[in-house]
Design a protein around this ligand. Structure first.
Ligand SMILES: [Zn+2]
Length: 59
């Protein structure tokens, strides 16, 4: 079973990105890469990481 998360789940109204990976760790890495590339994020504070992990769903 895979894991998915979308930018919408994290409060973005304009971004339609959705990530999918086999493990939570992989998906977290994907989401961070997306944040850097698409949203110009340079920092990932612990609150954001918590929010991200909470938003991850089983497929
Ligand atoms: Zn996004």
């Amino acid at each position: 079973m895979g894991k998915t998360v979308s930018c919408k789940d994290l409060g973005s109204i304009s971004c339609t990105w959705q990530g999918r990976a086999e493990t939570e760790e992989e998906l977290v890495q994907l989401a961070m890469a997306h944040g850097r590339e698409a949203h110009g994020m340079t920092e990932f504070p612990p609150e954001l990481m918590n929010e991200l992990r909470t938003a991850i769903k089983d497929e």
